[in-house]
Design a protein around this ligand. Structure first.
Ligand code: AMP
Length: 187
């Protein structure tokens, strides 16, 4: 089963993605995590992505699709993958669909983690204190939310018209949200 987790920064996709991956026994990957590793290790991918990431803008679609292609080619991905925040523009949605079709697969479920802007700002401020991520500073967060509204929110309509989108109310206890996620994927 291939499952896409969508939602604004700080919505809890990462936390819930890990739990769901354990429940389903599937690998999970987040383009944000892979890009951060690449930046840390100074790889060519990291060098290309660093400044854009720090500004809070989105990395180019072709770079993201290259990362997705590599992840889907891994043997562990053959039974399905949890895509955590991997699709953030319509060209990415189209590109990921094409990559899945090449492997005779499709996106089976799309889950939207719904959280208010006010809650996101509070969560990211807290995370900044813990993880010290450069792009959790207030200015970068504001740009990330603008990118989300302008470029990622339209992706919802794209999937609504195809796979459908299941909304998760991503506020409250982790276990309560995890229950909604399990119900959404039917486990
Ligand atoms: P995240 O950890 O998911 O908040 O991602 C951190 C940053 O990585 C984002 O602000 C973007 O600059 C970049 N990024 C991660 N995933 C994508 C994607 N699918 N498309 C474009 N940029 C991305």
């Amino acid at each position: 089963m291939n499952i896409l987790l969508l939602g604004p920064p700080g919505a809890g996709k990462g936390t819930q993605g890990i739990l769901l991956a354990q429940t389903l026994g599937l690998p999970k990957f987040a383009t944000g995590d892979l890009l951060r590793d690449a930046v840390k290790n100074g790889t060519p991918l990291g060098l290309k992505a660093k400044a854009v990431m720090e500004s809070g803008a989105l990395v180019q679609d072709d770079i993201i699709l290259g990362v997705v292609r590599e992840e889907l080619a891994k043997p562990g991905a053959a039974q399905g993958v949890i895509f955590d925040g991997v699709v953030r523009t319509i060209p990415q949605a189209e590109g990921v669909e094409a990559l899945l079709v090449e492997q005779h697969r499709k996106m089976d479920k799309v889950l939207l983690f719904d959280v208010s802007d006010q809650e996101i700002l509070a969560r990211l401020e807290k995370r900044r204190g813990i993880e010290g991520r450069a792009d959790d500073d207030p200015e970068a967060v504001a740009r990330r939310l603008v990118a989300y509204r302008a470029q990622t929110a339209p992706v919802l309509a794209w999937y609504e018209a195809r796979t459908g989108v299941i909304r998760i109310s991503a506020v409250g206890a982790v276990e309560g949200i995890a229950r909604q996620v399990r119900e959404a994927v039917g486990v």
